[in-house]
Design a protein around this ligand. Structure first.
Ligand SMILES: Cc1cc2nc3c(=O)[nH]c(=O)nc-3n(C[C@H](O)[C@H](O)[C@H](O)COP(=O)(O)OP(=O)(O)OC[C@H]3O[C@@H](n4cnc5c(N)ncnc54)[C@H](O)[C@@H]3O)c2cc1C
Ligand code: SF4
Length: 464
């Protein structure tokens, strides 16, 4: 145990964020660097539980949380980082964007506030980069096998790194201009700056991973070529088919899909565009985001930074409770109200509201016509009579989720089967799949986990 009674001596101290007016002035990351002494005190709160729910239930990667907490408390940072890297290829991504299911599963969560596990993870890896503890592991011998990884999101990247380290020749094919998947084109810079992705990609290249960007498998590469030229193929193409809202006025100018909106700003921030021309811009406009989830929140933060006049986020579901209900006890994932940093920055959130129509003039959107819903009945939501209202909007962003991988020639040509949720399953010897394209839109931590598992399966397939 780090420090007996540490959790009684020190309360949880949340990571510090930059003040709202400052952070709205740029697209830089929100949190301030942690105070290292405070972080050591925070690590000392860990109980080293007999059954560590953080590790066994919370973390999909089974990060060895109590062990690295103790190492941080004892000043063994480099050893802690080695342990962290043994289960997680990219702690700098999860340390920034993971919703930290390890923390909501932590034994201290119900009464004392969980250990700040994500913050400890982030400082372990960032200190590691600064101090030169992040080592490259180029393979010492070649297996003579070639593996194609289709898609360079966190699933494809984790698999590629694991396979290259095992001595296989890995080529990652990516249809976008740069590698990173949703890390680069979905998640905004204020959560994850692009140079952090580039720093890790450089390491993968030094370890022997080859990237071919601007190449769409199924269009630029046939399945026949892939089968003939590679001993194994990993399909990690994500789950980007957007859920559309079939509303009157959907085709008005100023109504856009969340990924189009986010990727347009992300390309500018990532240096793929030189000026704001052509960027979907909220500057000076009232903005309505349809969808109360995480993607919607990222659109809120982006609109506020672009200088939106006002931002309203509309969610069809009722407002969740502030605290866990009896039917939702610890250590399960909490079904409680979450407020993202973007929502804190000044958006109005509407719950149990359904958009009915998008209305405008001269082909341009001007307002969202909406109605309030009553969710109390047993037969599903009911529109509340007389509750119709309008929200001014010159930009409407549809953030209603994703329905599965984009079907394309690749899926047909590789004979990829569909699982019950609409995702792909592996099809036949030598063809593997991982990440959001299997499980549906999910989390970075799950994608890394699936990439690692797929790499182990591919290695076993190739080497026996
Ligand atoms: C806006 C947004 C914000 C998010 N924020 C968070 C967050 O804060 N925390 C979190 O944990 N998760 C977040 N997520 C979810 C997370 O980003 C995904 O779960 C994760 O990126 C999935 O990884 P993946 O590798 O399976 O797929 P992706 O990241 O989608 O990568 C798939 C890649 O495959 C490429 N591709 C597709 N088809 C082809 C083809 N035929 N040929 C070549 N390449 C192809 C795509 O271009 C893409 O680069 C967010 C998602 C979105 C949309
Ligand atoms: S559940 Fe919390 S207190 Fe227990 S070992 Fe994990 S981090 Fe430490």
């Amino acid at each position: 145990m780090a420090k007996p009674g540490g959790f009684l001596e020190y309360p949880r101290v949340d990571p510090r964020n930059r003040p709202v007016p400052v952070r709205l002035g740029d697209f830089r990351e929100i949190p301030l660097p942690p105070d290292r002494e405070e972080l050591v005190r925070q690590a000392s709160r860990c109980l080293d539980c007999g059954i560590p729910f953080c590790h066994g239930l919370g973390c999909p990667l089974a990060n060895r949380v109590p062990d690295f907490n103790e190492m941080v408390y004892r000043g063994q940072w480099e050893r802690g980082l080695r342990l962290l890297h043994s289960t997680n290829n990219f702690p700098e991504f999860t340390g920034r964007v993971c919703p930290a299911p390890c923390e909501t599963a932590c034994t201290l969560e119900p009464d004392f506030g969980p250990v700040v596990i994500r913050q400890i993870e982030l400082e372990l890896i960032e200190r590691g980069w600064r101090e030169g503890w992040v080592r490259d592991f180029p393979p010492t011998r070649s297996s003579g096998k070639r593996v194609a990884v289709i898609g360079s999101g966190p699933a494809g990247l984790a698999a590629a790194q694991e396979l290259a380290r095992r001595g296989h020749e890995v080529i990652v094919f990516e249809r976008d201009g740069k590698a990173g998947g949703l890390l680069r084109y979905g998640i905004p810079d204020f959560k994850l700056e692009k140079w952090i992705i580039d720093r890790r990609l450089d390491q993968l290249r030094r370890e022997g991973v080859n990237f071919e960007t601007g190449v769409e498998a199924g269009i630029d590469l046939s399945a026949r070529y892939l089968r003939r030229s590679f001993s194994a193929v990993l399909v990690a193409v994500g789950s980007r088919r957007p859920r559309e809202l079939d509303l009157p006025g959907r085709d008005l100018e100023g109504v856009v899909l969340a990924m189009d909106y986010l990727s347009s700003e992300n390309r500018l921030q990532g240096g793929e565009k030189s000026g704001r021309e052509g960027v979907l811009d909220a500057d000076g406009k009232p903005v309505v985001v349809l969808g109360g989830g995480d993607t919607g929140s990222d659109c809120v933060g982006t609109a506020l930074r672009q200088g939106a006049a006002a931002v309203t986020q509309v969610e069809i579901l009722p407002r969740p409770p502030e605290t866990r209900e009896a039917s939702n006890p610890w250590p399960g994932p909490p079904r409680t109200l979450r407020t993202s940093s973007s929502q804190e920055e000044g958006c109005e959130r509407l719950w149990a509201v359904s958009a009915r129509e998008l209305a405008g003039k001269a082909g341009r959107v001007e307002k969202v016509k909406a109605v309030r819903l009553d969710w109390m009945g047993s037969s599903g939501p009911r529109e509340v009579p007389g509750s119709e209202f309008e929200i001014p909007a010159r930009l409407v962003v549809i953030a209603a989720g994703f329905t599965g991988p984009e079907s394309g020639r690749l899926a047909d040509e590789l004979n990829l089967d569909r699982n019950g949720g609409g995702g792909f399953t592996a099809a036949g010897p030598g063809i593997f799949s991982a990440g959001d394209c299997v499980r549906g839109a999910s989390l970075v931590v799950n994608a890394i986990d699936e990439g690692r598992r797929a790499a182990a399966e591919i290695d076993a397939f190739l080497m026996g």
